[in-house]
Design a protein around this ligand. Sequence first.
Ligand SMILES: [Zn+2]
Length: 437
Amino acid sequence: MNVTGFSRYLGPAQMFYLCYNWRINHKVAMLATSRFLATKIELVTEMSIQTFNSGFKFRIYPNTTQRQALAVNFGHARFVYNRYLTHRSATYQQTGKGLSYNECAGDLVLLKKDPNFVWLKDAYSQVLQQSLKDLDRAFGRFFKNLGKYPRFKNKHGKQTARFSQGFKLAEKQLYLPKAGWVKTKVHRELWGQAKSITVSKTKAGKYFASILCEWSQEQPKPIQGGVGIDLGLTHFAILSTGEKIDNPRNLRRSMRRLKIRQRRLSRKEKGSANRIKARLAVSATHERIANQRKDFHHKVSHTLARSFGTIKIEDLHISGMLKNHNLAQAISDAGWNQFITFLSYKVEWENGHLEKVDRWFASSKTCSVCGWKNHELKLHQREWTCQACGAIHDRDVNAAQNILSYELPMEHREVTPVRDDQPVGSQGRKPCTFRSG
Ligand SMILES: [Zn+2]
């Protein structure tokens, strides 16, 4: 009898039990079970499909009426968020336990029936519910120690409203409930299935729609080769291959313009129309800098994730480094955290492997050839010669090479199988399909 033929429908324990009951002796049962397990693992690795979420952000241009409709949604969503944040905080202080999403949602239904709060119905009902879900997620992150305690939303900050239903995307337009068809600049192709749309208005008054799409792909074959990355300020990143990526220093470059605009703002009378205008100009400069930085991070992380299967990077203690006031601005301008976030999800798409290397590991002072430690190395020395083996090192490239060869202690290591075929990348993503709203 072909025992493994059955195995597709059974778990390993059942399999073993069956064999045992059939009075096949113990050894055969073990063998069949292990063979079954092997085929099962093979099946899994062959057909492994992964699901990802990606956000696609487009600029939208609502007209005056649509802006008003969006403002209602923003405002009401913020009201709901803040109201239930207060409720949850109060309950947490009294009982030590927060309110659940369902309790809040139930309460919101009752609130909308209250004659004092009927105006809540002017907003799309899903937007208000999503606001509760966002709050719930913020609390979830806080309780898992992943985020700070949720903060109140402010009407002067960035405004957002999330639509999980009722939206449609046409060629150059986006349909949003309560606002209608909004002119949209679809500047790139999107893929996967759209799950929700977050509409936002930045401080500078620009509107965006961020479309969250779920897509899946067959796990691509991992790319061969690894790289160590040393992050710095003179150069943004130094690779173990010897390549140095320049730091664009977007903030420093725009500093003059920013200062002029900030000075203009400070001279304007409070509450005046000119002050509002000046504030918009300052916000626009900040947004421009943030966009340039984001663009740079996307490009570098994309290239790295597509070129190397294993990427090792220093685990930076950024909040600690920011306490050094001389460097704080330059460090936040480099935006390493954002870069590492981008890199980590892009590596995941490519089925690669990102490792963070212990930050106390002396990567600059160790000779990457023989392991000798140069305790005398000063910060200004950009080049040094190993006294044990005579190798001449570029300080940063040597550090990156050490990061690459650094081995994590066994208990922290994840094993990723490496295959020797050609890299596949993440081609073959399906174009976006929208649920009819
Ligand atoms: Zn050496």
